[in-house]
Every structure is written in structure tokens, then in C-alpha cells.
Design a protein around this ligand. Structure first.
Ligand code: NI
Length: 135
């Protein structure tokens, strides 16, 4: 069974007022739940900063599939990278543009290397990587 610890926090009232307004807007039912999420987010961010940490990465990309060689290069990178590509989803946005979300697992440095290689391709208009792990 998980042990729960209570602790007190001192902060100025204006900061607390703004925090309460924000979490109310986001639908939190209590400060505790909002603070737990903030702590997890901070820990995930820090641990994913460790190059050897095992993580899951989602890479959201927007690209123009008409750019010569782009689609082949995209596939080639995914087949040869150190990270393991678990899944991709693809939406044909309009006649020229595609949105693709790629899910990859592996060491943070390998997932970042994959994302960097993809983003550097000519024709990739947008590429945003989010790393996560269980905490
Ligand atoms: Ni497409």
C-alpha cells in the first residue's frame, strides 16, 4: 500500500491566488491533485533529461510529401535508428501535407537522435518531440 505524506508549503498569497484560479480553470478538484501532477511533470522532465533513461517518445510531424525523397528518407531513418519505432499514425491533411505521429521507445539519447534526424530532413515543416516515462 502506498504511503501518503502530508507537507506544508509557504508561499505568497498572490501566487496562491493565481495558482487556485489556474487549477480551477483546468478542472482540478483539489490543490493536492494539481500539485501531484506538477511534481510528476517535473520529475519526468528531469529524468527524461538523462541520456540513458528508458523513455517513450512521441514525435508529431507535419510535412509535405511532394518533396523528392522525403518519404523514403523518413522510412529509412526509422528502419535504421537505435530507438525502436513502435507505431506511426498518418493523416493526409490536404493534397500535399501529411501529419504523422511516431511512437518510439529506447534510451532518451536514441529517441532524441531519431527526432533530430527526422526534423533535419528537407520537407519536414514541423516536428515536436515529447518524452515520457512512468513515475
Ligand atoms: Ni499523407
Amino acid at each position: 500500500m502506498e504511503r501518503i505524506t502530508r507537507f506544508g508549503v509557504s508561499l505568497n498569497s498572490e501566487l496562491l491566488r493565481r495558482f487556485d484560479a489556474l487549477i480551477k480553470e483546468e478542472g482540478y478538484s483539489s490543490r493536492s491533485e494539481a500539485i501531484r501532477d506538477l511534481l510528476r511533470e517535473k520529475i519526468v522532465e528531469s529524468e527524461c533529461g538523462n541520456p540513458d533513461e528508458e523513455v517513450v517518445g512521441t514525435l508529431t510531424m507535419l510535412y509535405n510529401h511532394d518533396v523528392p525523397g522525403l518519404v523514403n528518407n523518413l522510412l529509412d531513418i526509422q528502419h535504421h535508428c537505435k530507438a525502436k519505432v513502435s507505431a506511426t499514425t498518418h493523416i493526409h491533411l490536404d493534397e500535399h501535407h501529411c501529419v504523422e505521429v511516431l511512437l518510439a521507445r529506447g534510451k532518451a539519447k536514441d529517441v532524441r537522435e531519431l527526432a533530430d534526424a527526422v526534423r533535419a530532413l528537407k520537407g519536414i515543416d514541423y516536428g515536436k518531440l515529447v518524452l515520457t516515462k512512468a513515475v
